[in-house]
Design a protein around this ligand. Structure first.
Ligand SMILES: [Zn+2]
Length: 140
């Protein structure tokens, strides 16, 4: 392992701040906690959780890190757009429709949820341009 493979916490946080500002979700509540995922969106509280577990990340983990952050940003934008309580209702409605078998082709309450599909697509579609941008800026 080479020391240059580690991305400092400062650079990691800077990338998060740049992304939040760009997607205009600075007003969404954020909580820092130790967890395995880089980030997740707490639908019950309308809060974005950011992991403190990784003080540093490795350059090969950047792709996964960016996809996760951008995925959660999509949830945060929906929460901002609808108000998080309404978003929670909409999200849970879809979850229940799947659980009750209303969609014949959807069986997974999490991954088949249209909000998850949308968020994941948003992450997959956008991580690369930020990867290139941050690399150019010397953030990793
Ligand atoms: Zn999600």
């Amino acid at each position: 392992m080479l020391i240059k493979e580690f991305i400092s916490e400062t650079n990691k946080n800077q990338m998060i701040v740049i992304l939040f500002k760009h997607y205009k979700i600075e007003s969404v509540k954020v909580k820092q906690k130790s967890m395995k995922r880089h980030a997740d969106f707490d639908v019950d509280r309308g809060m974005l959780n950011l992991s403190t577990k990784y003080k540093t990340i490795k350059s090969r983990q950047i792709k996964e890190f960016l996809i996760t952050i951008i995925h959660e940003i999509d949830h945060a934008r929906d929460a901002k757009k609808y108000g998080w309580k309404k978003f929670k209702k909409m999200y849970e409605y879809e979850q229940n429709m799947i659980a009750q078998g209303h969609y014949p082709d959807k069986t997974d309450e999490y991954w088949d949820n249209p909000f998850e599909i949308k968020a994941e697509k948003f992450g997959q579609d956008n991580w690369k341009k930020w990867y290139d941008k941050f690399k150019k800026q010397g953030l990793f």
